[in-house]
Design a protein around this ligand. Sequence first.
Ligand code: F6P
Length: 323
Amino acid sequence: MKRIGVLTSGGDSPGMNAAVRAVVRTGVAKGLEVFGVRHGYQGMIDGEIAPMDARSVSGIINRGGTILHTARCMAFMEAEGRVRAAEQLARHGIEGLVVIGGDGSYRGAEALHAEHGVRCIGLPGTIDNDIGGTQYTIGFDTALNIAMEAVDRIRDTADSHDRLFFVEVMGRHSGFIAIMASIAGGAEEVLVPEEQCDVATIVARLQLAKSRGKTSMIVIIAEGDEQGNAFSVAKKVAEMSEFKDSRVSVVGHMQRGGSPTAFDRILASRMGVRAVEALIDGATGMMVGIENQEMVLNPLSSTWEKKSQFSPDLLRVSRLLAT
Ligand code: F6P
């Protein structure tokens, strides 16, 4: 194998640039030619493929987003789209691919290998931290720290006004950011999609906190919670309790931007190195993960067969310390 490609796909996450840098520089150091594919699979179909060298990834390790740009591509879900993409790769002589993204992106990679023989290695790039086969995904730590800082700032104004706040953080199907931010930010209550919780229970917990002398309170809500978004939870709580004058704050896409933390930069760098080494060793259909400090390879399919879940003990700790 002489030529490999690298792309970012799905929602961006801080640290993707560090991963791209690591893939390019490792490839170059090992004597490979490395091509960057812009705009994910859509760019592959459209032929947005260009050579990269060590200098083309200078000064990006500290930058959020992805210099390769990203997309969620419907056309690649169809066999016909993959035929066009494979033709573009063949035109550039690219035999191996590093796909930085989430499990949706890996399904495409798996199909590309099965149908066209392109060797593919995945790197987990998402702020949600919900990909099976790795304890951490690239971008989660940065997003969590932004969520925590948002909670800290809201705490100041909540305290000053003796107010109840509902703070919505990201995680469509995953409460990782919410539960971690609730512990790190000392929230009074947390709602996550992994746990069923009715509004009466939330109200009871808030009333208990109030009876214990709390004058301001913060409820963190993962955007994918079954009770709805922060606005609808605040409305339901107001309808059935004395907590009528709360405020809602949605942290939103701020969590996806900004300079990655040291943790994410190091994680992305190690994963990028391992991905290229895996390709050179002939691996395909695998994702690089981190388990107990070590880089590991797990089948791409395992990433969507079993989502990574946070320990239920975190909910216990969050609620115990919210008293
Ligand atoms: O998967 C990452 C994520 O940030 C989720 O937490 C969120 O639900 C989703 O992407 C938002 O996607 P979009 O940027 O397309 O609105």
